[in-house]
Design a protein around this ligand. Structure first.
Ligand code: ARG
Length: 265
């Protein structure tokens, strides 16, 4: 290998090491088992998320996971005297790793659905949400019904994906599913699909953050109301009870309202 090749290799190796070494403060207390002693006698629960979902979870400039879900779960942890360690693992891995026990809590703007309840347990709800349609400003689309034979982008296995399948049929080839909601919106902007479907608060936040992208939303009551909850492994009653008790407390003492700006009981 030529000299420049080796140089490049060494730079890559150094970068990899540097990246592996850096993590959030919470990561420092992580270990191999899912809920161990945090050093001060407190239990540490591993939280899984997909952090491209502002205002609920996103990664800030310093690499920290921040947002409404982070604040709510921290408030619950404070009430119930445990610690949380956040991991930005991706949307589908949230479900896979809770199932296999690698992750304790799913906190990712997760809608409580009957189907998911067959495989997971959920806390009481903490936020009300509804899907909506995002199109380019000059689009003629006006309702969900009009999307029946249109190309639609969604986040894979999210409720938007389920709504699109319900409308077009399970096997529809007009549905394009992506890893995250922002990518689904991007695909629509690129002209690969006619519309994207996503969670209202997150779409509005996206539009606020990208005022130059000339987007338009369509709200339609054909979309059902959804409720976000925290998700745990089926049967993990000990953790579920803790989360529910903490959630009840922060509903009662006004902390939840302080965080979300919404009085949700
Ligand atoms: N609420 C929707 C669902 O549960 C989408 C959630 C996506 N969350 C995320 N952090 N990407 O399916």
């Amino acid at each position: 290998m030529k000299k420049t090749g080796w140089m490049l290799l060494m730079i890559i190796a150094a970068l990899t090491l540097a990246l592996a070494g850096c993590g959030t403060k919470d990561d420092a207390s992580s270990g191999s088992s899912s809920s161990e002693d945090g050093g001060d006698g407190k239990k540490v629960y591993k939280v899984g998320t997909e952090a491209t979902f502002a205002p609920f979870e996103s990664v800030d400039d310093s690499g920290k996971i921040v947002g409404i879900d982070v604040d709510i779960l921290q408030a619950i942890a404070d009430e119930m005297d445990f610690e949380v360690e956040w991991n930005n693992i991706g949307w589908e891995p949230v479900f896979q790793t809770i199932k296999n026990g690698e992750t304790d809590i799913g906190a990712s703007g997760i809608t409580i659905t009957e189907e998911r309840k067959e495989s997971f347990d959920f806390t009481e709800p903490y936020y009300e949400s509804q899907l909506l349609i995002v199109v380019k400003e000059d689009s003629k689309i006006k309702s969900l019904d009009e999307l029946k034979d249109k190309k639609v982008s969604v986040q894979i296995n999210a409720t938007g994906h389920m709504a699109a399948k319900k409308l077009q049929g399970e096997a529809s080839t007009n549905i394009m599913a992506f890893e995250s909601q922002p990518i689904a919106i991007q695909e629509m902007l690129n002209g690969n699909v006619d519309a994207a479907i996503g969670d209202n608060a997150v779409v509005y936040e996206y539009i606020k953050a990208h005022p130059d992208q000339k987007l338009k939303v369509i709200e339609d009551d054909a979309f059902e109301k959804e409720y976000y909850g925290f998700m745990v492994q089926k049967g993990n009653k000990e953790l579920l009870d803790k989360l529910n008790e903490g959630l009840k407390k922060i509903k009662e003492n006004g902390k939840l309202k302080e965080i979300t700006g919404i009085d949700f009981q």
